[in-house]
Design a binder for this molecule. Structure first.
Ligand SMILES: [Zn+2]
Length: 448
């Protein structure tokens, strides 16, 4: 199969010859060859009525001969565990060219004061369309939920959640200053969020100033979440200082106030500043408390350890590999997309993976390297499908125009996405037509 679409390739395929990571194939399958050094196995997938009818060892074919390394590399659709749909694509009118957290907060505030329901709906629609066509099947998004814009934001994104439910599962998290959960307005918000299956969020630690009331606010949040049965996802320790103050406080509170709802720590960046002997016991405590972590290397690399005129020396980000070794559930996400907190990003899960290979040493040929984008992220969002291909399971794939992980890393690969046995239309170019035409003209001059 050629992943570069031709007009004859839009029909549902009945058989696909691909290389897949062994960890994304049913572990109970017999008769498959051992995975190669890239962790890949060549298979022939048979699809019927949108489901996987059979997974067989690749027998070779006239087109590719007997070299499995010439087959396209495929994954199952991926999961974005941390996004901000309400502010996505707001960089152009609200750029934060200083790249500082203070600048991002100020621009975020200005932008939020102008938000309308239609605008948030438009941003969310564009984001989900980009993500879906580029290979996402689920997303968790935080929503700024304090101030005049919270109700329109929830209405717009709740409508999108329902409209997109059969294409991309969307989870919504109410993001407020932590102290809000101790107020009557916070109680009302929690009831509203719970009614639509959302999560309660907040910020513990920088960029907000630490407060002596943080602990009481955290206790109030845990009580509310428990009462409403809502999961929790905190922006915590997103900092190049403070040495995991927020994580320590959370663990301390959980010791005297255990909580049965799932808890996620997003960012947890300043954990990386701890010496190993202090880090290890904290990671063990996170694992014992069942607290998950979402690492966000892209935004962390852009914002943290930023000093005028200096290239950063510290690279604070959640210590993914040590967390995994301690038994903590870890997912990796893209966070901000073209908003005051980061000017780039495009809801492209393959780009997040490519960046993390260098930024976090997540080697995708290792089980633990790939899992935070796929199976572990699915576990975090409690999705019904873990992302492993099985007979009778969904015929859902992201087929890359690459035959090895090195090729995936060499250049952003074109791809085709199969959902329920049907090929999706490719992502629309986001480049203005005039720019493309002008580059096309230059290319014509440069080509031999
Ligand atoms: Zn975030």
């Amino acid at each position: 199969m050629n992943p570069e679409a031709g007009p004859d390739q839009t029909a549902p395929p009945s058989a696909l010859d691909l290389q897949l990571p062994r960890q994304l194939l049913d572990p109970g399958l017999t008769g498959l060859p051992a995975a190669d050094a890239d962790g890949l196995v060549a298979v022939r997938l048979r699809c019927v009525d949108g489901r996987i009818a059979a997974i067989e060892a690749w027998p070779g074919c006239p087109h590719h001969g007997l070299d499995p390394a010439a087959l396209p590399l495929a994954l199952t659709p991926l999961v974005e565990p941390h996004a901000h749909l309400d502010k996505a694509f707001s960089w152009a009118p609200h750029a934060n060219r200083s790249g500082t957290i203070a600048g991002a907060m100020a621009a975020n505030r200005n932008e939020a004061n102008e938000r309308t329901q239609e605008q948030i709906h438009g941003r969310g629609e564009r984001a989900l369309e980009r993500g879906w066509r580029q290979g996402l099947r689920a997303m968790r998004s935080h929503i700024d939920s304090l101030g005049a814009w919270w109700e329109p934001s929830w209405q717009a994104l709740e409508a999108l959640r329902l409209r997109w439910a059969d294409r991309l599962e969307l989870e919504l998290v109410a993001l407020v200053p932590l102290a809000h959960w101790g107020t009557p307005a916070g109680e009302a918000l929690a009831a509203r969020v719970a009614a639509t299956g959302g999560l309660l969020g907040g910020v513990l630690g920088p960029p907000y100033r630490p407060s002596r009331d943080d602990q009481r606010a955290l206790e109030a949040l845990l009580r509310l979440a428990e009462r409403h049965g809502c999961g929790i996802d905190l922006h915590i320790d997103e900092s190049d200082q403070g040495q995991a103050r927020g994580v320590r406080m959370l663990l301390q509170v959980l010791r005297h106030q255990p909580c049965s709802v799932p808890i996620t720590c997003s960012h947890a960046s300043s954990l990386a500043l701890l010496p190993e002997r202090q880090l290890r016991p904290l990671l063990d405590q996170l694992a014992a408390a069942g607290v998950a972590v979402v690492a966000l290397p892209g935004t962390n690399h852009w914002l943290l350890d930023r000093r005028p005129g200096c290239t950063p020396r510290l690279r604070p980000q959640a210590p993914v590999r040590q967390l995994q070794a301690a038994g903590v559930l870890v997912a990796i996400g893209g966070d901000n997309v073209q908003d005051p907190w980061f000017p780039g990003g495009d809801f492209d899960p393959i780009e997040v993976l490519r960046f993390s290979v260098a930024a976090s040493h997540q080697a995708p040929w290792l089980r633990q390297g790939l899992a935070p984008f796929s199976t572990e992220a699915a576990r975090l969002l409690r999705l019904p499908w873990d992302g492993v291909l099985r007979q009778g399971g969904p015929a859902d794939l992201v087929v890359l125009a690459a035959c090895s992980w090195s090729e995936v890393l060499a250049r952003s690969p074109q791809r085709r996405v199969l959902r329920g046995g049907h090929w999706l239309p490719p992502p629309l170019s986001q480049q203005p037509a005039a720019v493309l035409a002008s580059v096309g003209g230059m290319t014509a001059h440069l080509s031999p």
